[in-house]
Design a protein around this ligand. Structure first.
Ligand code: SAH
Ligand code: SF4
Length: 441
């Protein structure tokens, strides 16, 4: 989500006429787009900012901006901490960067953190990739997970209209993009704030309806989406994913904890049994689907036994990938002030044990690819080996194979998998029968 915001803001700066430079100490304008999901992300901002603030003392023409969630969380306090700042702007203001900058250039120090109705994108994002693109479908989050700072900093849910989303995707198709990832903090909430009831009395404009509405956009060959919430995940969505050929068979559904009491304290609104049923249902429809998730260890009061329930869930489900984190108390969240916080030692011990299991299970999952033919969308050169290119399988496994990036970039290539690792694969390109021969190394 942050990357998508960064690309939109970079697009606005391009439009104004700014050019990007490699060295941040040469730039006339610096914009840090910040994350505050955990404390270590936030601390990074302060260390970067300190160095730029010093530079500003010698070079008053430098424009310094902090955007994103730290800006939203800290607001004016950030100006007091770093008086050299020109602009502090929350994530809901990303599309307004041009206007805000105008106020700065008139000589004002500006703080833009009030809640706003997010304007429909009229900007052209400067996308990092020419092959895959992010498309926001819903901003904000109305959940109240007791550990999470997101609703506080990203505000209430605001869905874009299906037409606006489709139009953006059509433009992406015309520009040569092949893959789109639809984004929302809780993508299953899509459309709740839009009007519409079907003749059968069902709410129209659900995320599933959106998938049916956009899946046939010309030239977009692959569709992904994140993040799904187990509380709202429906069988209708699973069926749509099974039915629609462009939708990749990869599901990112964070479970956070495998223990029901911890889930309750987190206010997640589901049990581990419900989570398991969702995964079973996905695998009923799509036996080979990839499953990834997020999990937190060391939530306040988590006992060793409760943590072991998380290990059990990971062992049983066998995720293709899992983003793990030690619980980090966040300002303004419920759980941050609970007394039963765990020590850093306990948290990091549990994190290590979980990561160890995750790697073993991911390696097991990877093995199913061995000898198989996979379609890989080539995105780039392998930065560690220029004779190879890299891309992702439908199931989102990073895959390397020998090839020339100039010929293959943006191509969907048939690759035979010859080597597997926990989180990536290696293979060789297969040329369809009659058109050539197998390239081997
Ligand atoms: N909206 C998504 C994810 C939002 S944040 C969801 O509901 O799943 C991304 C991930 O950061 C979360 O899934 C969670 O695992 C992690 N996270 C959020 N707050 C955290 C905190 N206070 N400490 C540690 N990890 C956290
Ligand atoms: Fe945070 Fe929960 Fe919203 Fe995800 S659903 S962004 S974890 S509050």
């Amino acid at each position: 989500m942050n990357k998508a915001d960064s690309e939109r803001m970079a697009g606005i700066l391009d439009d104004i006429g700014f050019e990007s430079v490699e060295d941040p100490y040469q730039a006339d304008l610096i914009l840090y787009n910040t994350c505050t999901i955990r404390d270590n992300a936030e601390q990074k901002v302060y260390s970067y900012l300190g160095r730029q603030a010093k530079r500003k003392q010698e070079n008053p023409n430098l424009t310094l901006i902090v955007a994103g969630c730290v800006a939203q969380q800290e607001g004016e306090a950030l100006l007091r901490r770093v008086p050299e700042l020109d602009l502090v702007m929350g994530p809901q203001h990303a599309n307004r960067l041009g206007d805000l900058l105008e106020q700065v250039l008139e000589g004002n120090q500006v703080v833009a953190t009030e809640p706003v109705h997010i304007m429909e994108d009229i900007t052209k994002p400067r996308r990092d990739s020419k092959i895959t693109a992010w498309v926001n479908v819903i901003y904000g989050c109305n959940e109240r997970c007791s550990y999470c700072v997101v609703p506080g900093v990203r505000g209430v849910e605001q869905s874009r209209t299906p037409q606006a989303i489709r139009e953006e995707m059509e433009q992406l198709g015309q520009q040569g993009y092949q893959e789109v990832t639809l984004l929302g903090q809780n993508i299953d909430a899509y459309g709740r704030d839009l009007p519409g009831i079907t003749p059968e009395g069902r709410r129209e404009n659900t995320f599933t309806d959106l998938l049916y509405f956009v899946h046939d956009v010309a030239r977009i060959e692959r569709l992904r989406f994140a993040t799904s919430h187990p509380r709202y995940f429906t069988e209708r969505l699973i069926r749509a994913c099974a039915e629609l050929p462009k939708v990749c068979k990869h599901f990112h559904i964070p479970f956070q904890s495998g223990d029901n009491d911890v889930l309750k304290a987190m206010r997640r609104g589901y049990t581990h049994q419900r989570y398991r049923r969702i995964i079973d249902k996905i695998r009923d429809y799509m036996p080979d689907a990839s499953i990834s998730a997020d999990a937190i260890v060391g939530f306040p009061g988590e006992t060793e036994e409760q943590f072991e329930h998380t290990l059990e869930l990971v062992d049983d489900i066998a995720f293709d990938q899992l983003n793990t984190a030690a619980y980090s108390p966040r300002p303004g969240t419920e759980a941050a002030v609970w007394e039963d916080q765990l020590s850093e030692e306990v948290k990091s011990d549990r994190l290590q044990r979980l990561n160890h299991l995750v790697a073993i299970k991911a390696q097991e999952r990877s093995q199913r690819y061995l000898g198989r033919m996979e379609t890989v969308l080539v995105e780039d050169q392998n930065p560690k080996d220029k004779t190879q290119v890299m891309g992702r399988t439908d199931g989102n496994r990073l895959t390397f194979f020998p090839g020339d990036i100039h010929q293959l970039k943006g191509q969907l290539v048939q690759v035979k998998i010859t080597e597997t690792r926990a989180f990536s694969l290696t293979g060789e390109q297969m040329i369809p029968a009659g058109t050539g021969h197998t390239i081997s190394v």
